[in-house]
Design a protein around this ligand. Sequence first.
Ligand SMILES: [Zn+2]
Length: 207
Amino acid sequence: MANAPRYIEELIESLMQFPGVGRKGAERIAYFIIRSEKTVGKNLIQALDNVNDMLGNCSSCGMVFLNEEVDTNSMGTKDCSCRSDRNSEYICVVENVEDAIKIENTNSYDGLFHVLGGAISPLDGIGPSDLSIDKLLERLNSDIKEIIIATNPSTSGNATALYLEKILKDKEVKISRLAVGLPVGSNLEYIDDKTISTAIAGRVKLN
Ligand SMILES: [Zn+2]
């Protein structure tokens, strides 16, 4: 029993490393695990092991991939499978891996992705050099016809989109950005002014 609090504390401190989990939240999860059937903790360990062992991060595009899909070439470096079976005319630039997966799950896009690893936010000390913009420029070649900027419609997402537009404008590539406007299935009456004014600015031509 003497060491029990130390082990609980170690679990709480590990949980506190996750985004959005503070001391109180970490304590709730830790005591939940301790009270639960052993299978709850074991399933969590298995899921964490799978993610650690089976997934890798591509050093070029920043996407995650299944380790078993990776080819190790003669240089001993790993090539991400996203380079092979995708439509290489398009690169969709996103802030994070989860944004790319969200777009992928719509089944409406079959091109390449590029994960920036965040967005420009001077208040948080994040500038262009903290994002993988240099890697994006390295990926430009004659196959790539269009860069689709899919950063969030937020202050930092907009700042990032403007920056990308500036550095890409003299390249031989079309630049587009995801449309921003009214949510599908919504009612104007319930939509905030900012969203409506953005939708008016971004209206599309019908004839
Ligand atoms: Zn890749």
